[in-house]
Write a protein that binds this ligand. Structure first.
Ligand code: AMP
Length: 113
C-alpha cells in the first residue's frame, strides 16, 4: 500500500503542488507550525534518512536546493528559515516517505529536542 505522500505524488489525493520537477514536489503542510511550512518530497520512495544510499545523494542535495529556491520565492530567505528531516520515532517522523520541512515566516524557537 502506498504511503500518503506517494498518493499525493501520484495525484490519487488531490493536493496543490507549490512546485514540481522530475525529482520532487513541494506542498503546504496540512498542520503548519509556522507561517511558512512547506514539505519538499522526493518522488522516489525512500522511507527514512536511514534508507539513503550513495545513489540518493543527488536527491537530498536537490531537495535542499529546491527548499532554498522556495524560501526566496516566499521572501523568507533574508530573515532566515529552518530545514528539518525527522527520522524515525525519536526524531518525530510520522510519515515514512522522506521529506524536508521548510519552516519560516516568524522567529523560530531555538530549542532543539
Ligand atoms: P514528519 O512528522 O516529519 O513525518 O512530518 C510529516 C508531516 O506531514 C507533518 O507535519 C504532517 O502535518 C504532514 N502531513 C501529513 N499528511 C499530510 C497531507 N495529506 N498533506 C500535507 N501535509 C501532510
Amino acid at each position: 500500500m502506498s504511503n500518503i505522500f506517494k498518493k499525493i505524488i501520484n495525484r490519487e489525493i488531490p493536493t496543490a503542488f507549490l512546485y514540481e520537477d522530475d525529482l520532487c514536489i513541494a506542498i503546504n503542510d496540512i498542520k503548519p507550525v509556522a507561517p511558512v511550512h512547506i514539505l519538499i518530497i522526493p518522488k522516489k520512495e525512500i522511507p527514512t534518512i536511514n534508507d539513503l544510499n550513495e545513489d540518493d545523494i543527488n536527491i537530498v542535495g536537490h531537495l535542499v536546493y529546491v527548499a532554498k529556491k522556495i524560501a526566496k520565492k516566499n521572501k523568507i530567505d533574508s530573515n532566515g528559515f529552518r530545514l528539518v528531516f525527522n527520522c524515525n520515532d525519536d526524531g518525530g517522523q510520522t510519515v515514512y516517505h522522506l521529506h524536508l520541512h521548510l519552516l519560516g515566516g516568524k522567529k523560530l524557537n531555538r530549542a532543539i529536542g
